[in-house]
Ligand binder design. Structure first.
Ligand code: FES
Length: 306
């Protein structure tokens, strides 16, 4: 197929779209790594672990907060552009534009909080995504100021410049979310990879007491923790970005036993995998366990119709 394309000189659609190549190169470019790392560190230091950080990640709703907030701002930018093209209602255009500018603050706060806990390849793309969106915000703020001082034509021109910058930001945001899977649930496939019913996992006597270890069940790795005669089992790959939970710390949060991911500190309740602290927003798949008379531990996914 490839040889045929070379012979005929035909190029695939992907080859004809240079933007795909550019974003791939952006992921690999190391030129901005120093400021990126410094900024990410400063953000993590400023927005400390706790309620505010969890809120900005979207932990209370179980979904990242940034995408719906960004959609709201983009909707305002689009509505402004439509009102500007039709020139039907300058006052409505000003109102929608001002709403988008106000909404940009929580959108940016949620975005930078998520960004500060990503892989460096994702942060490189996210950095340019943020610059594009900040440029859009600057254009739109200038646009609103011009409109409020009666310079409608200049305001509309700056508005269209803002739309261009926001379009670039949106494109890179799509790359981050869908190509690089930032914000996606990285443990979603786990329960689909385990057939229905109970499965033999390992022998109870081979497990250390009070220290999480990993055991393989078919295609997936599990965190297994023995405490007394009981056993707790969660998917091992963290739902945030697939970090190895069995290497994490065990803590007690308000008297509840939890495991902390070693990569970005997501904290999950051991009993059922619920998210206690982000950046993860999706719960960690958990497993029911039972111990056979001969000491073999059996597991099956919890919260699934058997
Ligand atoms: S991989 Fe990021 S917190 Fe676990």
């Amino acid at each position: 197929m490839v040889e045929e394309q070379v012979k005929t000189g035909r190029r695939s659609l992907k080859e004809m779209l240079p933007t795909t190549d550019l974003t791939d190169r952006l992921e690999r470019s190391t030129g901005m790594d120093r400021p990126i790392r410094a900024l990410a560190k400063a953000i993590r230091k400023t927005i400390k672990p706790g309620k505010l950080r969890d809120l900005l990640h979207g932990v209370p709703t179980g979904k990242p907060a940034h995408p719906p907030l960004a959609t709201f701002s983009l909707g305002c930018w689009m509505a402004t552009a439509i009102l500007d093209v039709t020139r039907s209602d300058p006052r409505a255009a000003r109102t929608v534009l001002a709403t988008g500018i106000v909404a940009a603050a929580p959108t940016a706060a949620a975005g930078i909080t998520d960004w500060s806990a990503l892989h460096i390849e994702q942060q490189r793309v996210g950095f340019v995504h943020a610059i594009a969106n900040m440029s859009a915000l600057a254009f739109y703020t200038g646009s609103l100021l011009l409109r409020l001082t009666g310079r409608e034509a200049g305001g509309r021109a700056l508005g269209f410049a803002g739309l261009g910058a926001a379009g670039l930001g949106g494109y890179l945001g799509g790359h981050l979310a869908y190509r690089q899977a930032a914000g996606a649930n990285h443990a979603e496939s786990v329960t689909h990879l385990v057939p229905l019913g109970w499965h033999n996992l390992c022998d109870l006597k081979d497990l250390p007491h009070g220290r999480p270890v990993t055991r393989r069940l078919g295609y997936i790795d599990l965190l297994v923790l023995r405490s007394g005669d009981g056993v707790t089992v969660l998917a091992d790959g963290c739902s945030h970005l697939a970090g190895p939970l069995h290497q994490g710390r065990l803590i007690s949060e308000d008297g509840v036993a939890c495991v902390v991911c070693p990569w970005h500190g997501s904290t999950f309740r051991l009993a059922d995998g619920a998210v206690v602290h982000g950046p993860a927003t999706a719960p960690q798949p958990s497993f029911e366990t039972r111990v056979r008379r001969d000491g073999i531990i059996q597991v099956r996914p919890a919260h699934r119709i058997q």
